[in-house]
Design a protein around this ligand. Sequence first.
Ligand SMILES: [Zn+2]
Length: 179
Amino acid sequence: MLFHINLLLPINSMLYTFTNPSFKIISKHGFADVVENVVTKQKSLHAAQKFYKGEVVCLFSAGLTLSQATYLTIQVNEHHHITLQPEFLQYTNHSCSPSVFFNTTTFEIIALKNLNIGDEITFFYPSTEWNMAQPFICYCNSKNCLQTIKGAAHLSKKILSHYLLTDFIQHQLKKRGSL
Ligand SMILES: [Zn+2]
């Protein structure tokens, strides 16, 4: 029976679970699976059900509230950074073409595009982070990849206009002025 269900899954799901031996599901969390690339050990989060653009994927809350950012936190205001609950959300990678948005006012994760089973759940880190403690080089392969990700403070309003941003980031941009 399971075999028949699997046959109905979209092709990209089959890519990471069947045809590509580099990827394996390491934990399941209802609407999402944590997947590990067995070569690089990099983990990622993938939809385990379909979502439509604009739909709430899940709610999240603060585990710990910290005064300094770490690689696990998202920023909720000028001085506070939270670790994510449920904890597996920490595997949501950055993309310059994100599939979800973390709304730090309503604590909802919103689908930014239609998601099929197997699609990676990613968000645009500068949509929550103003000035990142640990900048990194992005290899998301999207055609609008920004390459160096350092936080919204380092991006022009023109670039940021392509993205949904938290109320906090929008507030920071207003304070910054017209650039
Ligand atoms: Zn990128």
